[in-house]
Design a binder for this molecule. Structure first.
Ligand SMILES: Cc1cc2nc3c(=O)[nH]c(=O)nc-3n(C[C@H](O)[C@H](O)[C@H](O)COP(=O)(O)OP(=O)(O)OC[C@H]3O[C@@H](n4cnc5c(N)ncnc54)[C@H](O)[C@@H]3O)c2cc1C
Length: 335
């Protein structure tokens, strides 16, 4: 375990922000991680695929890239298989592995960038499925106590793009593996977004998890900017929730407003629509911008500084608040 000095992180974050880490290393086992943490007293930042991070400054500490590999079936019952994956496994490759082995339940989450270990961090979700729906448990390492700990689903306190690791226990644990509870018999979820439409276009009549994953891949590829072409971290903001009364007022004023009624009585608004109405879609200042097709996605056209993208996000927050009285929240982790 070699600790390198002054390493550029430009190619280790999907925004492509050029900051450096004072110290940098990677680990392939929990033991390596423990040794690295033992040998170093600096602040530590755990990095997966860097697809949900905006770096606004150089890191004056130790950046540790999680490269723990391995996928194992560790149990099964009549209806489920329990699949444990190393936190450093690539998420989409893990989805493909599950498709090949007929493990159902995460096909709607195909093509989300990043690592297995980050999947519980913000309870990744897309096309009507969240990871909490397929989560069984995870193993983590407490950075300060230097102890291995397991978390079950309740202990993770999953919410919409939230978990205990993103707030209460922020920066306290390194997730080393995640165990998912997947279905032996698929329960297809095609009601969300344009999945059914895409399956029709693909002329698929008999559903399969592979066909659904392919439909999701096709839709995502046509809608979302590929970080290899243009730096971004997917949705920059969360979709905000408002109470029903405010939604009624907004609906009267802005009849085209997009809102989904939730079970808790609140209404979830489409942040992208709100941002678009404020005129930001396609906006560019220097190399920082708001994507031409997806107002929810902020982009780096090449050499933007993280601070410039952050400042743009603040301007967007303010203008949405001024127009609609709704305060957006950033989904991306600002470092
Ligand atoms: C084009 C694009 C589309 C996207 N679409 C979606 C989507 O549909 N749904 C969705 O939910 N997200 C989406 N995202 C966001 C992102 O892919 C996910 O949040 C993903 O889970 C981040 O994984 P990562 O390994 O890249 O995490 P990183 O960006 O490396 O890290 C994110 C945060 O988690 C911490 N962290 C990472 N790994 C660990 C670990 N093992 N232990 C402890 N802390 C850790 C980091 O310190 C950081 O705070 C998208 C991103 C892009 C670029």
């Amino acid at each position: 375990m070699n600790i390198e000095k002054n390493i550029s992180l430009k190619h280790l974050n999907t925004f492509g922000i050029d900051v450096s880490a004072k110290y940098f290393s990677s680990f392939r086992t929990a033991d390596d991680l423990a040794a690295l943490l033992d040998s170093h007293t600096h602040n530590t930042l755990i990095l997966g695929g860097g697809s949900n991070i905006l770096f606004t400054k150089n890191i004056d500490g130790l950046v540790l890239k999680n490269e723990i590999e391995g996928i194992d079936k560790i149990g099964e019952d009549e209806d489920h298989v329990y699949i444990k994956a190393g936190a450093g496994e690539n998420w989409h490759q893990f989805v493909l592995y599950c498709l090949d082995n007929d493990y159902a339940g995460i096909e709607n989450l195909a093509l989300i960038p990043g690592s297995v270990g980050a999947s519980p961090m913000q309870n990744i979700g897309a096309y009507g499925v969240e990871i909490k729906d397929r989560f069984h448990s995870l193993d983590a390492f407490h950075i300060e106590d230097k102890k291995a700990v397991s978390f079950n689903k309740n202990e993770c306190a999953f919410g919409y793009r939230e978990s205990v690791f993103k707030n209460k226990f922020k920066n306290q644990f390194v997730i080393t593996s995640v165990t998912y509870k997947l279905n032996k018999r698929p329960v297809y979820n095609v009601s969300y977004g344009a999945i059914q439409q895409e399956l029709d276009a693909m002329k698929i009549k008999d559903y399969s998890i592979k066909a659904i994953a392919q439909a999701v891949i096709n839709i995502r590829s046509s809608k979302l900017p590929d970080p290899k072409q243009i730096g971004n971290a997917g949705s920059f903001f969360k979709n905000p929730e408002t109470d029903a009364a405010l939604f009624e007022v907004l609906h009267e004023k802005f009849p085209a407003i997009v809102g989904y009624k939730l079970d808790n009585g609140k209404v979830k608004l489409a942040a992208g629509w709100l941002i678009e109405q404020c005129g930001w879609k396609g906006y560019r200042k220097g190399d920082a911008g708001c994507h031409v097709k997806q107002a929810l996605v902020l982009v780096n056209y090449g050499n933007a500084k993280g601070q410039e993208i952050y400042d743009l996000s603040s301007e967007i927050l303010q203008s949405v608040y001024d127009k609609f009285g709704v305060m957006l929240e950033r989904e991306v982790n600002i470092i």
